[in-house]
Design a protein. Sequence first.
Length: 431
Amino acid sequence: LGSSLKSAIQKLANAGKIDKEIIDDVVKDIQRALIQADVNVKLVMKLSNRIKERALTEAPPAGMDSREHVLRIVYTELVNIIGKATPIALEPQTIMMVGLQGSGKTTTTAKLARFFSRKGLKPAVICADTYRPGAYDQLSQLCEKLGVMFYGERDNKDAVAIVRNGLKETQKYDVRIVDTAGRHALETELIKEMKDIWGLTNFTHRFLVLDAAIGQQASEQAKAFNDAVGITGVVITKLDGTAKGGGALSAVSDTNTSIAFIGVGETPDDLERFDPDGFISRLLGMGDLKALVEKANEVLSQKDVNVEKMMTGKFTLNDMYSQLEAINKMGPLKQIMSMLPLGGLGNIPDDAYRMTQDKMQGYRIIMDSMTEDEKDDPKLIGSSRIARIAMGSGRAPEDVRELLKYHKMMQKAMKGMKGGGQSNKNLKKIM
Ligand code: GDP
Ligand code: MG
């Protein structure tokens, strides 16, 4: 999956110009990646049509190249579908958990009790699962461990009556969470029970719990539960596994809701507020797309990095220094390379760019002892000037020589790129 989208973006980066053909090609790869992540086919088509349309009709904003522009469109369109996390008020409320058996309702109920108690609210849990044997014990034990108020009636089979009683018994608690029974499949009996419980009080939230591995059935389940109780938020569980949760996207888009939490493990602490960026990155199987776009922007906006000038004309010491600064600001080159398709930088040894802060500082001090002419054209610097610069900066002459050698090496690499077609583009991309 990851490699598929990476290759799509590689195509984008390598394309001479962005035209319909390349966009079609890239969109096809994105479709493949999303379908493999269990995103509903109809949703994928809708999404890819939007991406195509926008990529072909919207001009990139000033200062952004067309590749970056297309990446940004892909990202913003995904954000549009996924939306922000369901808002959760930190105040007294009642919550009803719904979902099929095994989706993670009971585990999430305990996690939520934990979540609210950490925020200083007193939680109580009501067990309305009279269907699965052992449901009472599972939840009461979880609550005991967490020190959370538990209400249940072991021998009563009437879930609606239990919740009615439970809501009365737990009135003094801030956040009351009702864990309901599921079934293996959607059944009229289950839906009726959910409706009846829903009718008992004005539930602040009705959370639909979905297993990340759910795939295409997500939509049907979401619609059925939404018709019965009106879903206010989705919880995707088991995202610590291999499933990407793409199915949940259909649930969200079909019921017009949003994702509230994600479950990332079996313990009561393994609950996280939903974060759209992280989810999209995971869905696409690549590094954080948003961080990538932001980083690229930040570096591109460094006024001192004049890529054109560097590749067409002189490569001054100041150019070299700004370039090193920009690259070091972006973080380890290897990491950047894994985010961006920058294969073409291969003709510069990877550690050539890796500078410690100390080393950068040292270069700065040496350069401060040079004249503007010398920085502009380091060839002027012979051994007597080296001695003068070393003296002025309090550094050894070897340090000055090293800096000059380094400059020469980078200049050579830069020339190589200038004629190198592909590498040229890739270098522009990193800067
Ligand atoms: P319910 O039938 O909907 O109440 O589902 P349960 O809460 O009993 O969970 C079913 C199984 O999924 C249990 O074995 C849980 O430990 C497991 N489970 C629930 N949430 C997560 C999660 O986020 N990560 C992992 N790895 N397992 C989970
Ligand atoms: Mg359960």
